[in-house]
Write a protein that binds this ligand. Structure first.
Ligand code: NAI
Length: 507
């Protein structure tokens, strides 16, 4: 197999993805040959590229001459045979295994012996696509994200019969095109679509348990946890016609691994046509295309006379006492809560009820606050009540914790707060991707940060919060619910136990 630089790229399938990849390749100086069984799609793609380069030149992002030169490098082909001279052909056709296999066979009859054949498949196995190829070693996964010019990460996927040298050539090509390549094994969802399970699946589980409304979960994930979007906003954007089948497919490809178990919420809403923005209604309503957000409940004016904070979690106790002192309320110092004081507990992975029972506290006065992340780092606070908490205690806690203007969400009792559950699942799944050696920890973080727009990679996020805290949340969740989805990945418990970064690989 040749190691020479890829200069001439063939693209088969010139839809949304094919034309995006054509754009970055032509801009990087490659000659690009476009082919599609629908000749109009080729003409449309070339027209799209012409319009794009003109717009980029108008915006001063490239010179008019560079735009013309890039366009001149893009050639429309009328037959597959016109791709004979390509160093590499990338297919971005319909996502069907037999159609892709058939195309690989046809390409092998056309291209040079040393030409690379790559697939932009998002959900099929690259190993499966290569079955039947005369030279399966040159068939490689090259998974871009939509829109290609803006999503600057690409997964280079090695099938089990793939030649690693071919993947190496794609790593180099990606950098030349201004993209960040990440390398991964051929496993369901590769890196990004695998790591992305945590947010949606756990968000749905929280909603299904009746703990909080969709909008509450989104607000918490955005403002408390620091993500750009919450799970329900994200699913509305993608559309359940896309996200629900992906959830089912990854779950089944991993043989019903509980971590990826989808929710009947999305199957039901898919059937009911509440797909998201594209149908004008999803988890939110979109009258006139604008997202309608239900008004937030008013902040109660009540405040407690004094507050007693549980010492069961020393870190949470210290953080909460500091905050309460800043809020100007009397904090009771004794070992037991005096009568009438509001009782605040700071559990990790426990529900407020279990915290109250384990400490022998009066549940009618118990309210829990989420201390997973430092209060300074968050723009929203989450409180949790027990089923016995009085309305007066709940309102006094809400009024107090919102008294400096920071918004507060009150959720129903749940083993683990919303942010604790969703973040721990995200970190745990990323840890298990590392444990399975699907990709290096560095590539996992890069892929997720760039591909999903998370504020940082999930392993770095776990390090920032503290792998020990994430582990405690998961262990408690696992213990209380008996649900195997919360069992910690060995990658996580070993590194947390040794006090190592989650990005640490063995020597
Ligand atoms: P698309 O529907 O926009 O374009 C597909 C194009 O392929 C069409 O122009 C169609 O005429 C052509 N085509 C279909 N069968 C063909 C064949 N046998 N030979 C030649 N051309 C054929 O699809 P899109 O969204 O661009 O997806 C293409 C591939 O990229 C799929 O494998 C998809 O899973 C993958 N992908 C899609 C992403 C997305 O967000 N749309 C993201 C990442 C990967």
């Amino acid at each position: 197999m040749s190691n020479s630089t890829i200069q001439t790229l063939g693209i088969v399938g010139t839809g949304a993805m094919g034309r995006g990849i054509a754009q970055i390749a032509a801009q990087a100086g490659l000659t690009v040959n476009l082919f599609d069984t629908n000749a109009q799609a080729v003409a449309a793609a070339r027209q799209y590229l012409q319009d794009t380069f003109t717009k980029l030149a108008e915006k001063g992002k490239m010179s008019a001459a560079d735009g013309e030169a890039a366009l001149a490098r893009v050639k429309a082909c009328a037959a597959l045979e016109d791709l004979a001279a390509c160093d590499m052909v990338l297919e971005a056709i319909v996502e069907r295994l037999e159609v892709k296999r058939d195309l690989v066979a046809k390409l092998e009859a056309v291209v040079r012996e040393d030409a690379v054949i790559a697939s932009n498949t998002s959900s099929l196995s690259i190993t499966a696509i290569a079955v039947g190829a005369k030279k399966p070693g040159r068939v490689v996964g090259y998974h871009f994200f939509n829109p290609v010019p803006l999503m600057k990460v690409v997964e280079v996927v090695d099938g089990i019969s793939g030649d690693p040298a071919v993947g190496d050539r794609l790593m180099e090509l990606s950098r030349r095109m201004g993209h960040t390549p990440v390398r991964c094994k051929d496993m369901p969802g590769f890196i990004v679509n695998h790591a992305g399970r945590g947010m949606n699946i756990e968000g749905l589980k929280v909603a299904q348990e009746g703990v909080a409304e969709f909008v509450d979960i989104d607000n918490i994930m955005r403002e408390q946890a620091g993500f750009r979007m919450g799970p329900f906003e994200l699913m509305d954007l993608t559309g359940l016609d896309v996200s629900h089948p992906v959830m089912e497919s990854i779950y089944n490809q991993f043989y019903q691994e509980p971590r990826y178990r989808p929710s009947p919420i999305t199957s039901l809403r898919s059937v009911g046509g509440l797909l998201g923005r594209k149908t004008g209604a999803g988890f939110y309503a979109y009258p006139n295309g604008q997202k309608q957000v239900p008004a937030a409940a008013p902040v109660p004016a009540a405040r407690p006379a004094s507050v007693w904070v549980s010492r069961a979690n020393e870190r949470g106790h210290a953080m909460t006492v500091k905050l309460l002192t800043a809020l100007g309320v009397t904090v009771e110092a004794g070992n037991q809560p005096p009568a009438d004081a509001l009782i605040v507990v700071t559990p990790l992975g426990l529900d407020a009820t279990t915290a109250a029972l384990e400490e022998g506290l009066d549940a009618t006065r118990v309210v829990a606050i989420d201390t997973l992340m430092p209060f300074e780092a968050t723009k929203r606070r989450t409180l949790m009540t027990t089923p016995a908490t009085s309305a007066a205690a709940r309102d006094a806690a809400h009024g107090l914790f919102a008294s400096d203007g920071v918004p507060v969400t009150v959720i129903r009792d749940s083993a683990g707060f919303v942010a604790q559950r969703v973040i721990s699942c995200i970190v745990n799944i990323a840890s298990d991707i590392a444990q399975q050696r699907i990709a290096t920890p560095t590539d996992i973080d890069l892929a997720v940060h760039l591909g999903l727009g998370y504020p940082k990679g999930p392993l770095a996020l776990g390090d920032t919060i503290g792998a020990d805290l994430i582990l405690e949340v998961l262990r408690n969740l696992n213990r209380l619910t008996g649900d195997m989805r919360y069992r910690p990945s060995p990658w996580l418990w070993r590194r947390a136990g040794l006090g190592l970064s989650l990005l640490t690989e063995e020597a």
